[in-house]
Ligand binder design. Structure first.
Ligand SMILES: C[S@@+](CC[C@H](N)C(=O)[O-])C[C@H]1O[C@@H](n2cnc3c(N)ncnc32)[C@H](O)[C@@H]1O
Length: 215
């Protein structure tokens, strides 16, 4: 599947089996990890090498774990998600906010508040992805990264149609397409960070981009 430069997705692409209020689905806390230990280790290593130190970081669609390396020096880590219990027990968050991005994609943060935004294994649940990517752009400082990490698991009733209908490789194209449609991003990059192991590992795919200096 090739996503054309400026082709918006039809609304049906982001339809879901379960269109009830997302807060109902996430009302019960799930204090669990959504990928295996090998995948988490790869993400921690990537964050260690990539995230700015002593800076403000936003963990979008956050839960009980942000997968930052142990002792990672951050000025401030803010979590945005739907379950207060999960966010409350997350050991790295300094603050958190409950906010439904599908009901309202406008982020409750100021322009240029963050030096990095991360979003881990949650991309498939956004029904207005381009609006959210534009909002992330607004809240980022120039030359700062938005890092989208995905694997291959999902809650099928809450994942959007286009994600369920496409392959891992097409997911990588799709996320890059979202960055291009949002605009104002540069260095849009796909990385396969799946750990090399003889045993089983969940795959780890990353699409990241930086906010343009001049935008
Ligand atoms: C599979 S979990 C991933 C959690 C965490 N990022 C991680 O790496 O373990 C999906 C997360 O997306 C969040 N989420 C789902 N729908 C959302 C929405 N409409 N608005 C904001 N967050 C949402 C949920 O709160 C949930 O924590």
């Amino acid at each position: 599947m090739i996503f054309q430069m400026k082709t918006p997705l039809p609304p049906a692409a982001c339809a879901r089996i379960d269109e009830t209020d997302d807060r109902l689905f996430y009302a019960e806390p799930r204090i669990v990890t959504h990928i295996d230990d090998n995948a988490i280790a790869a993400i921690k290593e990537f964050f260690d090498q990539t995230l700015p130190k002593n800076a403000a970081i936003l963990d979008l669609m956050s839960s009980a774990f942000s997968h930052l390396p142990e002792g990672f020096p951050a000025q401030r880590v803010v979590g945005l998600g739907l379950n207060a219990v999960e966010l409350h027990v997350n050991p790295v968050l300094d603050e958190y906010v409950i906010h439904d991005l599908n009901a309202n994609p406008t982020l409750p943060f100021d322009d240029g508040e963050f030096a990095a935004v991360i979003m881990t294994v949650s991309m498939q649940y956004l029904t207005k992805p381009v609006a959210v990517f534009r909002e992330v752009h607004r809240t980022l400082q120039p030359d700062s990264p938005f890092i989208v990490i995905f694997s291959n698991r999902l809650f099928p009733t809450k994942a959007v149609y286009i994600w369920r209908a496409t392959s891992d490789a097409e997911h990588a194209e799709l996320v890059q397409h979202y960055f291009r449609l949002a605009g104002g991003y540069t260095e849009i990059t796909f990385l396969d960070c799946t750990p090399q192991t003889d045993g089983y590992t969940d795959p780890v795919y990353i699409v990241m981009a930086k906010k343009c200096e001049e935008s």
